[in-house]
Design a protein around this ligand. Sequence first.
Ligand SMILES: *Cc1c(COP(=O)(O)O)cnc(C)c1O
Length: 243
Amino acid sequence: MTETSAADQLTARLDDVLSRLDAAAARAGRDGREITVLLATKTRTPQEIDTVIDLLRERERPIAVGENRAQEIAKHSDPLLADNGVPRHFIGRLQTNKARDVVAFAETIHSVDREDIADALERRAGMAGLVRDVLVQVNTSGEESKGGFAPTVESVGPIIERLRAGETLRPVGLMTIGANTGDAATVRSSLRTLRQLRDQARTELDAPQLEQLSMGMSGDLEIAVEEGATIVRVGSAIFGARP
Ligand SMILES: *Cc1c(COP(=O)(O)O)cnc(C)c1O
């Protein structure tokens, strides 16, 4: 009669994810401990999130939490999470009418995929007296369901320049959601595109501050790490299938 507790299951899944991440990093000559594990917390309870944060801290990993939905921001004020000091990111599709909540919540916003979103965030950050890091979302797969700028310097250059010209949003990198397919070569090609675009943008726009590459989720984190991810966004591989 064995009954695995919820915490034991989380521990087992987390350690599996970290060993996948470390093995991929080793293959690429990188150190897995330098890669931020961003917990994609949509639909998860404060209790689950808190448990995983403790485990990641014990394992001395750089961590962040990433929320997708403006409606779920409130749960991060739960006493279990409120003052935990873990950097908070926003990773979901942005709506201009939620810009105020997102700016108040997240010190890093991954999903700037349109000019009007940048306008709204800039205005709200200015009003609140806050400075926020942002990543420009890029559509590297060509899938129509995905948001993001086209993967060329011509496309991302203007938004990066305008962010740089303002005082409240600091562009620090690029984000993508990899191709939605089981074909590893196609996934790799989409993720490699993000890295090449970042490198090209740094040089051509003279923007060394574009350091971050937010890419890789439960299904493709190894490929993302091999291709240079600095932040992987992981949900179901750690927390289990979403309800
Ligand atoms: C949900 C989500 C993730 C994590 O997805 P999993 O497949 O559960 O790891 C990563 N990035 C974004 C933008 C998400 O919405």
